[in-house]
Design a protein around this ligand. Sequence first.
Ligand SMILES: Cc1cc2nc3c(=O)[nH]c(=O)nc-3n(C[C@H](O)[C@H](O)[C@H](O)COP(=O)(O)OP(=O)(O)OC[C@H]3O[C@@H](n4cnc5c(N)ncnc54)[C@H](O)[C@@H]3O)c2cc1C
Length: 477
Amino acid sequence: MKSVDEPRLREIVGEKNIKTDPSDLYIYGSDSSVHHAIPWVIVRPDNTLQIQKIMEYANQDKIPVIARGGGSGMCGQTVPVQGGIIMDMKGMNRILEINMPDVYCRVEPGVVDDDLNLALKPHGVFFPPTPASSRIATIGGEIANNASGVRSVKYGATRDAVLGMKVVLPSGELVTLGACTRVEASGYQMHKLMVGSEGTLGIVVEATLSFVPIPEFRCMGVANFDSLAHAGEAIGAIMSSGAIPSMLELVDSVAIKAVNKTMNLGLKEVAASLIFEADGMVKEAVDYEIQKMKKICEKHKGADIWASYDPKERAKIFMGRKKLFPALSKYDDSLASTSLADDMAVPYSKMAEMAGKIHEVAAKNNIIMTAYGHCGSGCMHTKILMDTKRKDQWQSARKAITEIYEYVRSVNGTTSAEHGIGLSKAESFKAEKSDSLNLLKTIKKALDPNNILNPGKLMQAPDDWVTSSDLRYSVNS
Ligand SMILES: Cc1cc2nc3c(=O)[nH]c(=O)nc-3n(C[C@H](O)[C@H](O)[C@H](O)COP(=O)(O)OP(=O)(O)OC[C@H]3O[C@@H](n4cnc5c(N)ncnc54)[C@H](O)[C@@H]3O)c2cc1C
């Protein structure tokens, strides 16, 4: 193992911003994925100059550097598979400017999503990509993963809200990409390239983001379906009808059972439920959208359909979806809820078939899998509930994931909708991008010739991570 020049790093970031204690190194070795590996050192810079100096040093000594925000990534993006420096970006958490006349804000990358929205609220605006992890996810992590959320069906993903950014390149050079304007046609859109790059091309040290007005009216509805196929038809029909949902979510029977079992929510145990929402400044316009979606659900055999503007009623409707994550973790004491094949996107017409495929593959491989997600964006999520101590369960999970992703690619879907690739999804990512892999590698080489930024991820990650030693669980042989 290479050693790092700790005194030099201490000099750059100061004594209190460096950690080498084994317990700290252990904790920073995992994120919200199944992976784990131990870094050599953790540094917490609090300004751009420090980051430039760290990168200059790391580049010269060819030391891996992994930027880390909230560590909520689900695919091992921040796991230091080749060791190196974890650069904790949470020390850079200042909101630099909220510019109302020009409709943008400038923030440091360690700003937590909820904190940004709290600061924007008094101005009557919000930053919409907001993932479900918004209490911990940072803007830097959201940019690097191109995160999105329940309202992305109307307002777009992080990519759509990023106007520009400042980035420190592996050499330590600071560059300004994009602009502060809504449109830009001045050559390569390099800031967009950084979105979704998972910390492999540069360290984002400042972001210029757009925001939108907080709507005056929000109405949420729900419809139950006794077959996944009917729910799927309703999704396609809503999205092709010209309706503009601000949310369109699918939860399947396994997900409903899980929240009922662990949270006693008393939801009707149907094959699938759709949760839909419309928002806007004019109530009649919101009414119009809601009526349209209700009618479509009715036409496709939706039942128990109701909708409400009341915040308490809305919270009740959304509760099942909101509590799904913790519910799955508590589903069975002997099973862990793992983020494997955790998200993908497929064309609308394939949403129901996709959910059915997940159930079929789970049954065949003797594991429990759910299907839920932001179906208005074509995004499907899954979780695999399994006994992580059993090697055969990992092998079954691997088989299941391979089958699921083969299906996703066969219907022109994509490997990740919003959680990114990291380590867990590299195999399918490489298969999906087979004819552009060389181009991706050329871009990486041009920007990071010494391969120091988050090495071993995306196209560099191994296919068979199950047999690699980088799991956070101890697996019996
Ligand atoms: C309970 C839960 C719910 C979730 N729900 C959603 C959801 O609804 N939608 C969604 O999209 N995701 C979701 N996620 C996944 C994850 O939270 C998001 O992708 C989030 O954007 C990651 O942000 P983070 O700050 O935690 O990033 P991290 O996990 O710390 O890092 C993610 C990636 O960003 C890179 N990175 C971080 N900061 C920088 C920087 N300054 N410069 C360059 N690279 C950087 C890292 O190297 C890494 O590759 C969820 C996760 C959990 C645990």
